[in-house]
Design a protein around this ligand. Sequence first.
Ligand code: GLA
Length: 386
Amino acid sequence: MNTTLINTVKSSFINKFEAEPVLIFSPGRINIIGEHTDYNDGFVFPAAVNKGIVAAIQKSESAESVAFAVDKNESIAFDLNNLKPSTKGSWQNYILGVISEIQKRHHTIGNFNIAFGGDIPGGAGMSSSAALENSVVFGLNTVFDLGLSKHDMILISQKAEHNYVGVNCGIMDQYASMFGIENHALLLDCRTVEATPFKIDFKDYELLLINTNVKHSLSDSAYNDRRSVCESVSEFLNIKALRDATVTDLNTIKTKITPENYQKALFVIEENNRAIAASKAMKADDLVALGELIYASHDGLQNQYKVSCEELDFLVSETKANPNILGARMMGGGFGGCTINLIAKSEVDAFKDHIAEAYKTKFEKECSIYEVKLSDGTHIINELKQ
Ligand code: GLA
């Protein structure tokens, strides 16, 4: 955990609100494979990481509640009895949305103050938004003793995103952020919302993230659009979700749907199969097979599901001639953010130099490279190790 970040958020809270806060760490996530399968009741393979959001929170005696975004030096005051989505800014609705969902479930909270900061850039495809939502619901559950389970909390976070932010996301990000386990990835069944932890030790290999540092503007509407395509194909097939379909099932309606929608549904069915195949490859310590699945995932995201972009495709294509990289793909919702790469440890330094240079030459901007540790999910920060 980032002690500088913890100290900054804590002291900002104390300076602004003159009280001793409860501190929460809520991580971002990576996803090894299983993209856009979560809202199809399918399988995903995420892990929480050691980067995320630190929140400082405490009850207040004031007539209003206040949220303070330390990194942006912006704050918002609001009346708990008259909540509505904010029309300005970006981060406000993650907080207001969580409070609104708590209230909808008839839990009573009083006024409070919260300050937060993070060390994952927004738009990186590493779920800074789920990390923020989880930090808020976890913090409120703690200071107001609401008695919510972790499962309750992730559903509140997810609904906040649907109803206040307007993105009809699945449950992967909130789950991974809340339930992460140090050194483990989680094979999550998004229908039962239960996961099997896999200890991750890739021996001579590791996962490396490369951030395009772009986030194309249509991403939220394109995301919702993909989700409704999946729902309409499921309805056509008369099933609950695409998780219940095989390729053979899909082929029975192939001539009745558009070729584009056929490819999108096909991608989801195949990606779901890949997530399960990846768990078998990992059990068998077969990193070559895992890498091939990761490359196939990118190919489908790019060409069938059409949620990639030029920058992501370039980063992936640059890995293909390198025998020390077993797999690479875009990660998260798409249209920007990071690629995830399964790379030999011995190759990391040379590849970092190569890709930084190549990306800059091609796009005249920098990419960012992250090595992350797999970490525990949302929790209270008990003491600061200096
Ligand atoms: C975003 C959403 C998730 C998931 C991914 C794509 O991160 O929040 O629910 O759908 O995109 O796999």
